[in-house]
Design a protein around this ligand. Structure first.
Ligand SMILES: [Zn+2]
Length: 150
């Protein structure tokens, strides 16, 4: 849909990984946490309540794979996962590594994206580039091969 920024971005942003259902890429800079990724449904779909059967069947496997690889690649303690769907009515799930040195945990971690945008926190851009590159290489070596659209 032309009025959806996320739909438009699927044609302009280079994904780290994509298949027929999902597009995975780093969150828009400046990232509040190195390795902050979004998993975007390629179809314009408002949220899980509106997934078709192919998306519903694939999502659990996709989420596990993208999270496992991000956990292994980053050495984070955990991968936080959230999807809200208010800013754009187009499903995208945030995967956020929580490191030993991440300044916030719990719900406060998600506020780091706003804080980075407003210049309250800065994450070393070199670290962000290195984590993004490592994640891309890891997904290239070990791509998601879940059930797609049949
Ligand atoms: Zn859209």
């Amino acid at each position: 849909m032309d009025d959806c920024a996320l739909c438009r971005s699927l044609h302009t942003e280079t994904p780290i990984f994509e298949d027929e259902l999902w597009h995975v890429r780093p969150i828009e800079a400046p990232a509040g946490v190195a390795g902050w990724m979004i998993v975007v449904a390629k179809r314009h779909v408002a949220g899980p309540a509106h997934f078709d059967d192919a998306e519903a069947a694939s999502f659990g496997l996709a989420l596990r794979h993208f999270s496992q690889v991000l956990l292994e690649t980053t050495g984070a303690l955990r991968i936080y996962t959230a999807a809200l769907g208010e800013a754009v009515p187009h499903f995208h799930c945030h995967l956020v590594p929580r490191y030993e040195d991440t300044p916030k945990k719990g719900w406060g971690l998600f506020d780091l994206q706003r804080a980075a945008k407003e210049g309250e926190v800065t994450v070393d851009p070199q670290r962000i580039r290195a984590v993004n590159a490592a994640y891309g290489e890891a997904l290239l070596a070990n791509p998601f091969r879940g059930p797609g659209r049949r």
